[in-house]
Structure formats: C-alpha cells, structure tokens
Design a protein. Sequence first.
Length: 89
Amino acid sequence: MGILSWIVWGLVVGAVARLLHPGRQAIGFVMTIALGIAGSLIGGFVSTEVLDIADSDEFDLGSFAIAVGTSLLLLAIWEGVARRREAHG
C-alpha cells in the first residue's frame, strides 16, 4: 500500500501546484505525480533536516503547504529549462 499512497499523494500535491501556477503547463499525468513526489521529498528534507521547522512523523497542513510550495518551485524551474531548450533547439 505504500507505493500506492505515494502515487496518490504525488498526484494531489502536483495537481494543486499546477492549479496554483499561472498558465498552462506542458506536462502530463505521470510528470504531475513525479512533480508532487519530488516536491514532497525535497520540501520534507529541507523543512525537517535543514531548517528544523517541521516534524517527520505526522501529516499536517504545514507539511502539505511545504510540499506544494516546493512543487511550485520545481515546476517553475522545469518551465524555465523547457523554454530555454525550445529557444535553442
């Protein structure tokens, strides 16, 4: 059940990040899940290990906000790289 919950969590976080980001993103369903999972992992690591502002044993609204915020940042970086790639290629 663990992998299924990560997929669902990634989909929810990635979808919320895409809804909050202005414009249309050229990523599909699988990339939305990957975006949400990556944002959750990176955001969780930074908030618990680097900044020491969150706990790692429970879900709360702050954890969700950190995951979505990190996913938004990753989405913005992804779009910047994609735009540069299109301009040069």
